[in-house]
Design a protein around this ligand. Sequence first.
Ligand code: SAH
Length: 450
Amino acid sequence: MIIELSLTKQPVLVVGAGSVGLRRAEKLAEQGAEVFLLAPNATPDERFHVMARAFNDSDVKGKALVVAATDDDQLNHHIAQLCQRLGVPVNTADRSQGGNVRFLASYQKPPFDIAIGSKGLSPSVLKVLQERFAIMLPPPFAQLARLVGEYRQKVRYTLSSSKQRGAFWRRAMGSRVVEYLFVHRPEKARQELDSWLANGGAPQVGEAYLIGAGPGDPELMTLRGIRLLQQADVILYDRLVADAILRMGRSDAEYIYVGKKQSDHHVPQEGINELIVRHAQAGKRVARLKGGDPYIFGRGGEEMQEIVKAGIPFQVVPGISAAQGVASYAGIPLTHRDYAHSVRFITAHRRPGMGIDWHNLVQDGQTLVFYMGLTSAQDIANGLQGAGLASDTPVGVVSQATTTRQQKLISTLAEFAKPAQLLESPALIIVGGVVELSTQLDWFSELIND
Ligand code: SAH
C-alpha cells in the first residue's frame, strides 16, 4: 500500500546537499513543503532555508519529515535512528540505513498518478518503466475515470452491495464501454452502462475476442491484443501461442488448451466454436488466442462466422503473421525492388484432392512463402522445378522464428528439402531472390547465437 501524505507548508529537513539531497529537496519544495536544507557545504538557494553547518540532533525536532542524504553512512544511520525514536518520519537514500519513508518515482498522466518503487535500486530503470506504463493508459481510460465519477450515484442507488458495485466497475473497465470511448462515442458508452443497470448490473451476453498472438516473441503482440487478453474471463489457446503471452492473461481467468497440430486435433474445430459460444452466452468475455495472424491460415474466419450466427459481439485483433516475423528476424524482406514485386502466402497443407497448381505459382519477381511446408518440402521442390522454376533459386527455411530457438537454413530449390528435415516445426519456407539478402540483413541470429 502507498500512503500519500500532504506536506504543504510543513517543515521538512533535508540533511546533505549532494545530488540526492538536492533532488529530494527540490521535489519536496515542489509539493509545497517548507524545506530546510542542512549541510556544511550548502550554498544559498532561494527555494530553501539553507543552513550551512553540521547536523545537530535537535534539528529534527518538530519536522514533518526528515531526509538523511549525506555521504556519511554512519551519520545517515544515526539520523534515521534518532527520528524513529522521536516518531519523526525519515527517509534515507539507501534503505539499509534505516529510513521508514520511501520516495517513489511518480509520473503524472492526468487523472492518474503512476508510482513505482524498486526498493531504492535504480531510479533510471524506474524512469524507463514509468514511461512504458504510461502508454498502457490510452486516453479513453481518463474518460472512463470521469464516467465513473458521473455514474457513481446511480450505481450506488441501483446496486446495493459494494461487492456488486466493484464487479460492475471491473466489468465496465474491460467491455464495450471502453471500446465506445476509444471510437469517441461516449453516448453509446452511457447507453451500455444504463442497459447493464436496467438488467441487474451486468451485460446479458459476453463477448468474443479473436486475438493474433504473433509468431513467438511476446513483444510482437499488439497493445490492443494485450488489453483484450487482460480482460478475458476465459482464454482458449493453441500450441503456437508462447507461454509468456498466456501469462499476460488474468491469473483468475479460465485457460483452455484447444491444441492443434496438423495431426493432433486436441479439440475438434466444432468443439472450439461451441466452447466460445457457450462461455460467451453465459456472459463471459472469451479470448481466442491464435499464433500469428488469425486470418492467415488460422481458421479465424470460420470461427467468427459461428460467433456471428450465435449473435455474440466480437472483435478481431490482427497479429504479426509468421511470414512477417520470419522476414524481419531472418533478414528476408518479402518484397524488394531488385528481386520481388509481389508475394504469395501458400499453405502446403491441403484437404485431400486439393493439390497445388505449381505452374500458377511460378512467376518472375515474386516471393513464395509456404506455411506448414516442412513435411512436404520435397513435394515443393519437385513441384516448382517441374513447373520451370530454376533449380538454383534461393530458398530459406526458418524455424521457430522470432524466438530464441530460431534456426535458419539458406539453400537452393534443388537442395533444401533434405537438410530442412533437421529443423523443428513450426517452420516457414521462403522461395525467391529475396532470400539472398539474408546474409546481409539478419540482425537476430547474431543476437541469439555465439
Ligand atoms: N496464423 C498463423 C499461421 C498458422 S499455420 C500465422 O499467421 O502465422 C501454422 C504454420 O505457420 C506453421 O506450420 C509454420 O509454417 C508457420 N509458423 C508459425 N509460427 C512460426 C514461427 N515462429 N516460425 C516459423 N514458422 C511459423
